[in-house]
Design a protein around this ligand. Structure first.
Ligand code: PEP
Ligand code: MG
Length: 592
């Protein structure tokens, strides 16, 4: 049966493929692909997990006291029966062998299939056995985790990028995808993402955009309605997910996919064209990256620098430890060398809120650990609370500066005292490097304007830094008090809000007046719908995902910055800036 699910469009384009469900389990399940040569070994691991639980249940049964209620004995029998039914572990073998899922993922995928069969049962007693099946599966997952823990160095093997030649494309469907998992998936080959929760600037959305992969988030129930292997279309422009489409609809979307490919190929030809407005303003279009390898797509898209290296992605997906100074140095140096003399802006770690250190989901973090993570120990607050970790990161960044142009960017600054503390730490770090005879070059210091406090007190902050970068994702979140990851308030997340525009225009103007470099590195910078507005505000440096550079460049090439600036006051005074901008900016566009 064909049906549609609606959500928030966060990454443009059309994707067509088969659904891969990542079940949300109470046990933390790692999802990764294994090499096909390892499939039998992986299945054997799953069988060992099942056998361990079988022994555990048999022991429990044998140790039941004489006077234990008969029901308990019967329940253990049911669990043993479910556990050893060939529909569970034996059937999970197919997910391992055919799909190359790791054992835990294969088992939870099979649980998903069986759980639906239970849901459809007429008989109340049988239907309720679903809960028993879930318990049994959780026991096996725990047994697998225990085995991994006890085998030294036996953590998940490296994620394997699958060779999908000749196979159907796969689309990932999940309740939520933690940023740590997104990074794993980044190295594999999903062609689209659908999640139940999240908003336009949640990090899942940002990573999807960085991969130029169509995504729809905030669907609320996609992971419940869509089944493993369903054919699915993601319309990343409209925010629609079409499940089991008819042949006519399928053909229509395949046509749109081909059109988009043609348009991308056309825009790609702009790669070597400098971004200069019609009135001669040179505009820098920089790339936002998450890992050093992203510099390849940055350069391929014509970026003239890295405006934001989100270093926190080096800190995720780890087995409890943090990256050492050496490991970080190697990563930063790789990015700096790849950019060959172009500036690389490395942001110090921005952990917290919806970017937890481990695979913990946003919801778990929100409900179990911290009251309000977005306002908690996040970004520079966390770094200052972990001084030795912070010094280690700063040393690594400074050492990389010996290999090219490095700029240091501090996230979420709200107090002058935070800048002072960073400067003090830098003094100490430089002294340590001098003492150790380590080379480093000049490193400009900048702050992100992400909290309204920073925007309002920018003239004071500017006296202490070399440049600023405006993070509109968080600036909007904190100005409007809208959690950017919460789909329930996603409709209130409004970049056109007059308060946001005032802070944005004011920050750009103040930085320019102080003769300091200013860029925007939030999602607004990469959305061509805002290019004219930002040019009108006097912005000359935009940083975005590499995939967005061509379309923004096209807007820049057609713009007259002076005319756009002349229209700005009307937009800022308007009660409905989006409408006024459409009128004013369209008029400027017609004039040239
Ligand atoms: C922002 O807040 O706009 C930003 C660029 O930082 P992040 O999205 O990583 O929080
Ligand atoms: Mg931010």
């Amino acid at each position: 049966m064909s049906f549609q699910v609606f959500g928030i469009p966060v990454s443009r384009g059309v994707a067509i493929g088969r659904a891969v469900l990542v079940a949300s389990s109470r046990v933390d399940v790692a999802h990764y692909f294994i090499a096909s040569a390892d499939a039998e070994q992986e299945f054997a691991r799953l069988v060992r997990g099942r056998d361990a639980v079988t022994r555990e249940l048999q022991d429990l049964k044998a140790d039941l006291p004489e006077d234990a209620p008969h029901e308990l004995d019967a329940l253990l029998d049911v669990h043993l029966l479910l556990l050893n039914d060939e529909a569970l572990v034996d059937a999970a073998r197919d997910w391992i062998v055919d799909r190359h899922y790791n054992a835990e993922w294969a088992l939870s995928a099979q649980l998903e299939v069986l759980a639906r069969q239970f849901d459809e049962m007429e008989d109340d007693y049988l239907r309720e056995r679903k809960a028993d099946l879930e318990q049994v599966v959780e026991r096996v997952l725990s047994a697998l985790a225990l085995e991994l823990d006890s085998s030294a160095g036996g953590g998940p093997s490296a994620v394997v990028a699958r060779d999908f030649a000749g196979e159907d494309p796969l689309l990932l469907v999940a309740a939520d995808i933690a940023p740590a998992d997104m990074i794993q998936f980044k190295r594999s080959v999903f062609q689209g993402f659908i999640t139940d929760i999240g908003g336009k600037t949640s990090h899942t959305a940002i990573v999807a955009r960085s991969m130029a992969i169509p995504a729809v988030v905030g669907t609320r129930e996609a992971s419940r309605l869509i089944r493993q292997d369903d054919w699915v279309i993601i319309d990343g422009d409209a925010g629609t997910v079409i499940v089991n489409p008819s042949p006519i609809i399928l053909e229509e979307y395949r046509f749109r996919q081909r059109q988009a490919e043609l348009e991308n190929a056309r825009l790609a030809r702009l790669r070597h064209t400098p971004a200069i407005t019609m009135d001669g303003q040179r505009i820098e279009l920089h790339a936002n990256i998450e890992l050093p390898g992203d510099t390849v797509s940055a350069l391929a898209s014509g970026a003239t620098g890295v405006g934001l290296f989100r270093s926190e992605f080096l800190f995720m997906n780890r087995e409890g430890d943090l990256p050492s100074e050496e490991e970080q140095f190697v990563a930063y140096k790789a990015a700096v060398e790849a950019m060959a003399g172009l500036p690389v802006t490395i942001r110090t770690v921005d952990i917290g809120a919806d970017k937890p250190l481990d695979r913990m989901s946003v919801n778990e973090l929100r409900h179990e650990h911290v009251l309000n993570p977005a306002m908690g120990l996040r970004a520079i607050r966390w770094s200052l609370a972990e001084p030795s970790m912070f010094r280690q990161q700063l040393r690594a960044i400074y050492r990389a500066s010996a290999f090219g142009r490095v700029k240091l960017l501090v996230p979420m600054v709200a107090h002058l005292g935070e800048i002072r503390q960073v400067q003090e730490t830098l003094k100490r770090v430089k002294a340590q490097l001098d003492e150790a005879g380590q080379m480093y070059g000049r490193v400009d210091l900048g702050v992100m304007v992400e909290v309204p406090a920073a925007a309002i007190m920018l003239p004071q902050l500017l006296k202490h830094v070399d440049f600023v970068s405006i993070g509109t994702n968080d600036l909007i979140q904190y100005t409007l008090a809208i959690d950017r990851a919460d789909e329930a308030v996603a409709h209130l997340y409004d970049p056109w809000h007059p308060a946001v525009l005032q802070l944005l225009a004011g920050s750009i103007a103040q930085a320019r007046a102080a003769g300091k470099e200013v860029s925007v590195c939030g999602e607004m910078a990469g959305d061509a719908a805002f290019t004219d507005l930002l040019l009108g505000m006097g912005l000359t440096c935009f940083s975005m995902h590499p995939s967005q550079i061509p379309s923004v460049k096209q807007r820049v090439l057609r713009a007259d910055a002076q005319r756009l600036a002349a229209g700005l006051p009307r937009i800022l005074e308007s009660e409905d800036p989006a409408r006024t901008a459409a009128e004013v900016l369209a008029k400027s566009a017609r004039l040239h």
